[in-house]
Design a protein around this ligand. Structure first.
Ligand SMILES: Cc1cc2nc3c(=O)[nH]c(=O)nc-3n(C[C@H](O)[C@H](O)[C@H](O)COP(=O)(O)O)c2cc1C
Ligand code: SF4
Length: 980
């Protein structure tokens, strides 16, 4: 992790990231949309600095870049995370990992500094370093640091990107970037918004920017059947590229089902050939097909004499017809960076001078204005000027654009408006504000961003209005009738809707006539759709009134979560069985492979495991339970289990002290209870549209068992939602009382351990459809346990130690498991670790011994197998009730003490004698020893167990060493607690 440079500090420890065009404002403790840039105490940190998660040597053609050092090798790296959330992502395991799981919980594969990366490129004879696999924009600072060093060694840098950089990032990156392949996914705003949650226009602007900066650029379009493969769309893309430069290579590649977009099948070769022909017809000189085996459309031809210049067969590249960058036959210069000496660039030269870069990226006002000599937006209109209505929208992340498009569609299709008006819709980016005084009717929609700032595409209009002096221009917009709808989020308090309010006010002050009161949609209240509908009806009435047409009511259908029932359970079961068999085979294969692999693979030689999977709560690893045994030697005591799981094939790299997250399942009686209450058939297979958190196709029973929190206390916010579905007044009143009266809530819900299933059981008048239930029910969260084993002992096994809690969902789930059952789990990293080079004091009660058992096991291994003789001094304080009953792992601890792996041990068995003894007392008794050990300022103290014990232990330490020294220990990370 390293502090970012591409961000600004705001008030209240907020920051604004300016790395990509989303420009997130991030609260303290949170990450931006990409999940890898985190605000820590008012500073933004790149959590994946030095932490790539995919690393390979690829041919440059695989990026794809066809006109850039052909046949060279590219050291290719990617991290986790992405600023887009494309439902068709082909690399979603990497790109979406930080969206579904907190970055700190992810197991990141490598730790490589920029210097080491460049060394690795040299060692592997790579001419190029490619930043690829996930979106490299989001780790720009890491990429730039590598790229700078790479240039010093004459290694080139290329990005494979979605093209959503901010101008700030382009400015910082441009001097070091030699090439880029930009994904132009489609040519409609709808596609970008619906499938990727972003906007098209920044991508188009950036393709032009990279081109104008002289960075070598090629463009790729993944053609998805039925989504972006119409002749019209393909023609628009080809025309756009042609207008920038017909020599830009265009890659058209075939789609195959991936991530959330399933059932599209594979793009037919005939579709790619159709796109190829369209591109050629428009006049593009270099077009390549991807993901299909057609070597003819992968070759490079001379655009003049059509001779084949470069032959490509899969990734085998042969340059056959080029000499000094020109066609051997007709001597036509062929655009491309062919080698260090032979380069024919798309523009005259690559710009490296920072001032020149700046002037290209921030053109002067004058230049900007020239772009907008008055455009008649109503060209060809047959209606009079008074009835021409311009819809303008200002948007940062595409929501307003979506609403504006909805508005446009409604207006052009509505019986009342379609024949009376002429509507045109324009992105404010393309609108010249100087036209404003000439307009008659404007409907303007805008969101608010940043710190109450206009979205990027509104800035020009905003600045224009800012400059106008109201006192001398009170009639400037006298011809204008306007209506405004704003989008915002009320959690931004006084900045809420700042921009829509600004436009509304300013238009009026400049003489404009308001058609209807400003409308506003609040993202926080989730009422954008509802408010829009209300405002829309008023708007239509107002528009109709202005030309005297009678008003009729318009009905807009609400979009809702919908359950679609599919196939039979048998089918699913068959598939599940097949999956299980496949999984078992995979595990066997993995075991075989591991047997054959020599220890100590050299990362620099890139012998990297192919298993790129990242496991998390959405995509857990299915692990087999190998051993389950009881650790308590009395039936009168609560049970404490030792469990061993097989993690072969998971590629987990865990360390002592890390946690394992277990995804529990609800007991079958609870599942049946809720199914009966809601009258659901547990055997039915279903899926949810639009895609929601219930992603996988499964039976209702499986969904209730694995995905829904049916037993945890129901939060007030959920009770508020349930209230709407209660039909009897007495029940409504009681729910209201629960919502308003904390004491009553605590007694009724918390003390009585009631959950969702009990609430529905008690309030029988609540009527919920399955869809409504899915919308409301909380998600069943994973439970975390300290790992109680060391990977040194067996890296394919994880042990945990679990005290079974009465009514505890997960502990009882684990208790009821049989060996060979599969459990869904993943690893969560932790900093709770012993320092093998410095002294330590370990304090635990009960199952708090678990992480220390792993650490001790590790030392025993080092001692017996790796000949490590001495360890720094370490004290163990452990407390439980009885030495012979609940002293878990007693034999192992005693062995550790005998072998001097633990230098001193102090046990407090509270019930073995009349007077109770606790670890705190043992600590106090050893005050002198502890004080001495803490003198070196390096001794680490780890406390693990119940919170109450930890509080008392802390007080003892303050008593022994004083508060000042204690706080210093804490600040320096030398005093760590893990409590529950
Ligand atoms: C980084 C960021 C900053 C925002 N700042 C504000 C704000 O100051 N005031 C406000 O009312 N809404 C604010 N919002 C909420 C947006 O206006 C809201 O998400 C809106 O739906 C976005 O519309 P758009 O996608 O068309 O830009 C902010 C949202 C983001 C992501
Ligand atoms: S890179 Fe983009 S998505 Fe990530 S935090 Fe910055 S602005 Fe947000």
């Amino acid at each position: 992790m390293s502090e970012c440079t591409l961000y600004r500090k705001l008030d209240n420890k907020q920051v604004r990231c300016v790395c990509c065009s989303i420009k997130c404002v991030i609260n303290n403790g949170e990450t931006g949309e990409c999940g890898v840039r985190k605000n820590r105490n008012g500073k933004l940190y790149l959590e994946v600095y030095n932490r790539p998660n995919a690393l390979h040597v690829d041919p440059i053609e695989k990026k794809p870049l066809m006109h850039f050092y052909p046949a060279s090798k590219a050291l290719s790296l990617g991290t986790v995370g992405c600023n887009f959330r494309c439902s068709f992502c082909q690399n979603w395991h990497l790109s979406q990992a930080s969206r579904t799981e907190d970055i700190e919980n992810l197991t990141l594969k490598y730790n490589i500094t920029p210097k080491e990366m460049v060394k690795m490129a040299i060692k592997n004879k790579c001419k190029v370093i490619a930043y690829t696999y996930n979106e490299p924009t989001i780790f720009a600072e890491y990429a730039i640091d590598i790229a700078k060093l790479a240039h010093e060694k004459n290694i080139k840098n290329v990005y494979v990107s979605n093209g959503y950089q901010s101008v700030e990032t382009i400015e910082a990156l441009a001097p070091y970037l030699d090439g880029i392949n930009v994904d132009l996914k489609a040519f409609t705003s709808r596609f970008y918004h619906e499938l990727s949650g972003v906007r098209l226009s920044p991508v188009l602007s950036n393709i032009k920017r990279w081109h104008d900066l002289g960075v070598w650029i090629e463009v790729t379009t993944l053609i998805i059947p039925g989504e972006n493969d119409s002749d019209e769309e393909l023609t628009n893309i080809a025309k756009f590229l042609y207008n920038i430069n017909p020599d830009i290579p265009w890659h058209i590649s075939a789609y195959r089902d991936a991530y959330k977009m399933k059932g599209k099948g594979r793009t037919q070769t005939s579709t790619l050939l159709r796109a190829y022909k369209i591109g050629k017809k428009i006049g593009l000189h270099h077009i390549y097909t991807g993901n299909v085996r057609n070597s003819e459309t992968k070759a490079t031809y001379c655009p003049n004499c059509k001779k084949k210049l470069i032959e490509r067969n899969y990734y085998d590249t042969k340059v056959i017809g080029l000499k000094n960058g020109c066609c051997k036959k007709c001597n036509t210069p062929i655009i491309g960076i062919w080698s260090d000496k032979s380069q024919n660039r798309l523009v005259k030269k690559k710009i490296t001078n920072p001032q020149e870069i700046h002037s290209i990226l921030y053109p002067k006002e004058l230049k900007e204005d020239n772009k907008y000599t008055y455009t008649n937006y109503f060209k060809g209109s047959t209606v009079e000027k008074e009835k021409q209505i311009l819809i303008l929208y200002g948007t940062q992340t595409g929501t307003t654009e979506q609403v504006a498009n909805q508005l446009y569609q409604l207006l052009i299709h509505s019986e009342r408006t379609k024949n009376s008006f002429d509507f045109r819709i324009i992105d404010l980016e393309d609108y010249n504000p100087r036209n404003l005084p000439k307009e008659r009717n404007i409907i303007l929609l805008s969101s608010t961003h940043g710190e109450g700032e206009p979205p990027d595409n509104c800035v020009r209009l905003f600045n224009y209005l800012e400059k106008i002096d109201i006192s001398t221009n009170a009639n400037l917009l006298e011809k204008l009738k306007f209506a405004i709808f704003g989008l915002g989020n009320s959690t931004y308090c006084d900045r809420y809707q700042k921009i829509s309010k600004y436009f509304d006010n300013k238009f009026e002050l400049l003489g404009g006539q308001r058609l209807i009161k400003r409308g506003e949609g609040d993202e926080f209240q989730n009422n954008i759709e509802k408010s829009f509908k209300k405002w829309f009806n008023l708007l239509v009435s107002s528009l109709c009134d202005t030309i005297g047409i009678k008003e009729q009511k318009i009905k807009i259908h609400e979009s809702k979560l919908k359950v679609i029932y599919l196939g039979s359970k048998e089918n699913i079961n068959e598939k599940e069985k097949e999956k299980k068999k496949k999984k078992e085979k995979e595990i066997e294969k993995e075991k075989e492979k591991e047997k054959g692999i020599e220890k100590g693979m050299d990362i620099e030689n890139l012998s990297i495991n192919n298993n790129n999977k990242i496991y998390n709560s959405i995509n857990p690893f299915q692990s087999k339970l190998l051993i389950k045994k009881e650790l308590i030697k009395s039936s009168n005591e609560r049970s404490c289990l030792h469990l061993e799981f097989d993690i072969t094939g998971s590629n987990f790299h865990y360390n002592c002290g890390d946690h394992v997250a277990i995804l529990p399942k609800n007991p079958i009686e609870i599942v049946d209870k809720i199914a009966n209450r809601l009258d659901l058939n547990v055997e039915r297979v279903f899926k949810v549209v639009p895609s929601s958190r219930f992603k996988k196709i499964k039976t209702i029973g499986e969904c209730l068992e694995c995905d829904c929190d049916l037993t945890g206390a129901v939060k007030i916010s959920i009770l508020k939602r349930l209230l709407k579905y209660a039909h009897k007044n007495n029940e409504k009143n009681e729910i209201k009382k629960l919502i308003q009266n904390t004491e009553f809530y605590n007694e009724w819900m918390i003390n009585n351990k009631r959950g969702f299933v009990d609430v529905l059981g008690y309030f029988q008048s609540i009527k919920l459809s399955f869809e409504q239930f899915l919308e409301i029910v909380p998600r069943l969260a994973p439970r975390y346990y300290s790992i109680s084993s060391s990977p040194k002992n067996d890296q394919n096994k994880i042990n945990i130690t679990v005290r079974v809690v009465e009514h505890g969902l997960c502990t009882n789930y684990l208790k009821n498991l049989k060996t060979n059952d599969f459990v869904n789990l993943y690893i969560q990293k932790s900093s709770f670790k012993i320092d093998h080079n410095n002294p330590s004091i370990l304090i635990a009660t009960g199952t708090g011994l678990a992480p220390f058992r792993g650490m001790i096991q590790e030392r025993l291994y080092l001692k017996t197998n790796e000949n490590q003789k001495n360890f720094p001094k370490s004290l163990l304080f452990f407390g439980c009730r009885n030495k012979e009953i609940d002293f878990i792992y007693k034999d192992e601890i005693e062995e550790a003490v005998n072998l001097d792996v633990i230098s001193n041990s102090f046990f407090a068995f509270s019930r073995d004698q009349q007077e109770k003894i606790y670890v705190q007392q043992k600590l106090l008794e050893q005050g002198k020893l502890i004080k001495k050990l803490l003198k070196n300022n390096k001794t680490k103290i780890l406390v693990c167990g119940i919170a109450n014990m930890a509080i008392q232990v802390k007080n003892i330490f303050i008593q022994i060493i004083g508060e000042k020294k204690f706080l210093k220990l804490q600040k320096n990370g030398l005093y760590l607690e893990e409590t529950w």
